[in-house]
Design a protein around this ligand. Structure first.
Ligand SMILES: Nc1ncnc2c1ncn2[C@@H]1O[C@H](COP(=O)(O)OP(=O)(O)O)[C@@H](O)[C@H]1O
Ligand SMILES: [Mg+2]
Length: 238
């Protein structure tokens, strides 16, 4: 489904060159929920942006269903992002002037679905994340956690092949977080959707079919060890 091969990304920050991702490789198969687990600044958002084709790596290749996304035409790139992918951004990226329902329906309308059908589908996904009663509210009238759930409904509504989720439980309490992870895991199981989830939340990692650890832009095996190292480092740090 998705393969990242030896991805490296550097950013210029004033006089310095920051290596955000350093030769990272991973594969995600259909129906798999992969958790890429790492602390803040480890390169998680950069990896997702590269997988989405929004940020170009300095080196390495991203393959979607065996095709190099770097070689996509403009038209193919749009189609890839609009129809094949669902995104859950860390900052949600909701349209402030649109209701929760219309935000959840945006990709369906962009794909040419009729308004009535798009809203009906979107409402089903709002219901799945427990937000049907808030369908008419604007993002500004919703809590942070509710906005996050709208962005998850939007990501799933176009029934993508691959969901890229950046800290999807970051603003949710334990119960809501578990609900969202159930929804994502269910999408994997029922519809063979692949999910690449990046997180520093250990609870999220527990839902994954595989957990990979990201540290300083490197992907390491043995995330459980990594998690316990982090915990002991926190304790030593007080
Ligand atoms: N657009 C950018 N310009 C400069 N530095 C960046 C940019 N995006 C990310 N970085 C740097 O790359 C590193 C990894 O960032 P990021 O991928 O956002 O990590 P995470 O999502 O794990 O917190 C950080 O050191 C960050 O400051
Ligand atoms: Mg991030």
């Amino acid at each position: 489904m998705l393969e990242l091969r030896s991805i490296t990304k550097r950013f210029r920050s004033g006089p310095e060159l920051v290596t955000a991702v350093d030769g990272a490789s991973l594969t995600v198969a259909p129906g798999e929920l992969i958790a890429l687990y790492g602390p803040s600044g480890s390169g998680k958002t950069t990896v997702l942006s590269i997988a989405a084709g929004i940020v170009r790596p300095n080196a390495g290749t991203v393959l979607f269903q065996g095709r190099d996304i770097g070689a996509f035409s403009e038209r193919e790139s749009v189609r890839y992002r609009r129809s094949e992918l669902g995104f859950v951004w860390q900052s949600f990226q909701l349209q402030p002037g649109l209701s929760a329902l219309d935000n959840a329906a945006t990709k369906l309308l962009a794909e040419g679905m009729k308004m009535r059908a798009a809203r009906a589908r979107a409402l089903g996904y709002l219901d799945l994340v427990g937000l049907a009663a808030r369908a008419d509210h604007l993002p500004g009238e919703l809590s942070t956690g509710e906005r996050q759930r709208v962005s998850i409904a939007r990501a799933l509504a176009n029934e993508p092949r691959l969901v890229l989720a950046d800290e999807p439980t970051g603003n949710l309490d334990t119960r809501r977080g578990a609900q969202i992870l159930d929804v994502l895991a269910q999408a994997c199981a029922d519809r063979d959707v692949a999910v690449l989830l990046v997180t520093h939340d250990e609870r999220a990692a527990a839902y994954a079919s595989r957990v990979l650890a990201l540290r300083d832009g490197h992907i390491e095996d043995g995330a459980a060890d990594h998690a316990s190292q982090l915990r002991s480092a926190d304790m030593i740090g007080g």
